[in-house]
Design a protein around this ligand. Sequence first.
Ligand code: C2E
Ligand code: CA
Ligand code: CA
Length: 402
Amino acid sequence: MPETVYSTVYDKGAVIFKQGDHGQHALFIERGTVDVIIQKDGADLTIATLGAGEIIGEMSMIDDAPRSANVIATEETEVIVIQRSRFIAPLTSADPMMNLILRVVLTRFRDAQNRYSGISRDPNNEDKSLDEIRRLAFERINDERDLMQGLEAQEFEMHYQPLIDLKTRQLAGVEALMRWRKPDDSFVSPGHFIPLAEYTGMIVELGRFALETSLADQVQFVDAFKQSFPGARLPFMSTNVSGLQLSDLEEIDRIAEIIHRSGVDLTQVKLEITETLMVENPTHAAEALKKLKALGLSLAIDDFGTGYSSLSYLHMFPLDTLKIDRAFVNSMDDSESSRRIVHSIVGLASALEMNIVAEGIETETQADALKALACHYGQGCFFAKPQPAQSILELIRGGKTW
Ligand code: C2E
Ligand code: CA
Ligand code: CA
């Protein structure tokens, strides 16, 4: 890996960089001083003298344009060099709006500087990448506005996907999955709007809606289930909760309030949490999950196996259920190593006395293999797709088993 951060020392009088140079790095001055010099009316003009703690060459880190000034060490000067490659990854993964604003501010600054120095901008030399950055920023801001309007217009609804007991092939519970139905009846993929809702913080409000709606529907599911399957173990409602909803411990009080108001028996409530929450801030996560668990509900770790250090986290948190990510289930058919991974996950979860759900079951072969591995529950299109509350009610009333 090439060095992206290193120190260099310049002697007094040394040229650190020249106007017109192609800059691939910025410099933090650790000690010493430099003069920043531009050409004005054919003469040198010192526009700044900078010392320890200042940064130079930062503009070309953003837009890759040639250096707009000469920089000369006025005494022995030590700098820390930061390569552009070190900076470009976080810049491009940042909010596209922030990226655009940085670029716009910089372009205007360069224009002002050029006007001052009497240089006119060459319109043929416009930075094309700015168009792409602008397009991304507008796309994002449009999406955010749509999401906000969708929320106001109550375009969100909950669908439910059955979870099946692999031994008895009976309904064991359902997972609540959010849907965004546009006025033209098309759906926006949760893979698209959930990350945006998390990014903007709107997931907190959407998460409350998901919980309120799913628990209200759960009351109906349980009533119907008691009629169709007297004496059978009642199905649970498993609702997804974003890490952001748990980042504020007070939000947990609101979650508790929603659950209590619903009147649903806590033993029938399960919350699905991804391990990102636990990996990013284990101390906070432990506290948040303990607080939730104290309410008397169950907790599931979602998408298990896709994140990092999964195994080491399991025993640290009060988790009841482990959901094996569909990527493993999917590749079980033709990959011996996937079968072995699933086998060991099931073994581990059983040792920790957790329930195990396999997600994304699409074939009978997968369902049978998972049952043979002693996996408790299965979920996937092979059994049933996510569907509106009304069709779940019809399944239950019809006494459906799988
Ligand atoms: P997830 O929690 O892992 O949900 C399971 C996803 O697998 C769902 O995608 C479901 O439709 C899909 N699925 C079900 N059966 C099959 C199958 O047989 N094969 C395959 N390939 N996929 C199957 P969906 O509904 O698009 O949701 C995507 C993700 O969005 C969810 O993944 C979850 O992370 C998030 N999400 C959905 N609703 C909510 C919500 O109310 N709150 C939060 N925080 N996140 C949600
Ligand atoms: Ca889930
Ligand atoms: Ca999942």
